[in-house]
Design a protein around this ligand. Structure first.
Ligand code: 4AZ
Length: 250
């Protein structure tokens, strides 16, 4: 995350950190049900096929290189579901579900450092300019060599489809399954390593997961906003794949 501030995991307790045993930290994710983490498809299908046996998911983590056994929970991945229409050239349908399993065979336990985030009801539309926030362990600058050691969050404002599809921004690269967000002065943004993680917006006093951090040209570059997977387009897909009965749980 570029700009913004360091934040305790308690402020974003659905934030998940996905690691690969050999490659290290891979991507972010969001806990949407005790056994399910929502992330980005491109985290698991770029280059060599991800071996799900080597994936490790952490909840309750505030620091990427530190273990805090009292606060974090560790899981393996029992099932990896990449959207069947994910396009690895255009990043259309950049969404994936991870079914997690603890050593004891159970799923996530609710605590101060770990809880689920609500999915927005289908067709919910927020106006352009609405302030939301992104969180992750991604780079603090586009040219950084390392990911952020600690979890960061930053405010970003929603940008209309028409503005994001303008000549200056991304033209036809924005599909109906994507939306854009940035800060008005282009100082805050998601960055490398944040993908898969959450863009949440507060509505009627609760936080809802509206976006999955997906892509963007550079980080906090003028006229190049962050691009997010439009979660409201996938309520049925998520329900079908996870057999969730409610849209707002947790
Ligand atoms: C990435 O590579 C990434 N500035 C995520 C978000 C953005 C750029 C890159 C948006 O994970």
């Amino acid at each position: 995350v570029v700009g913004g501030s360091f934040t305790p995991i308690e402020s974003h307790p659905w934030v998940s950190a996905v690691f690969e045993q050999r490659r290290g930290f891979l991507c972010g994710g969001s806990l949407i049900a005790p056994c399910w983490v929502l992330s980005a498809a491109h985290c698991f299908s770029d280059g060599e096929h991800t071996n799900i046996k080597r994936l490790v998911v952490y909840l309750g983590k505030s620091a990427i290189n530190e273990t805090d056994l009292a606060r974090e929970q560790k899981f393996t991945v029992e099932k990896l579901i990449i959207h069947q229409k994910y396009n690895d050239t255009t990043y259309d349908n950049d969404i994936a579900l991870l079914k997690i399993k603890g050593k004891d065979g159970g799923c996530a336990a609710k605590s101060l450092t770990s809880r689920t985030v609500c999915l927005p009801p289908p067709h919910t539309q927020l106006p352009a300019g609405f302030q939301c926030s992104v969180a992750g362990f991604g780079k603090e600058r586009h040219d950084a060599w390392h990911y952020s050691q600690y979890l960061k969050q930053a405010p970003v404002n929603l940008i209309s489809q028409s503005e994001c599809k303008s000549e200056l921004y991304y033209k036809d690269r924005i599909t109906e399954n994507m939306f854009c967000a940035a800060s008005p002065d282009w100082t805050t943004d998601a960055c490398g390593g944040d993908s898969g993680g959450p863009l949440v917006c507060e509505a009627s006093g609760r936080m809802f997961l509206f976006g999955v951090i997906s892509w963007g040209e550079g980080c906090a570059w003028k006229n190049k906003p962050g691009v997010y997977t439009q979660v409201t387009n996938y309520n049925k897909w998520i329900t079908r794949k996870t057999r969730l009965s409610k849209y707002t749980e947790g």
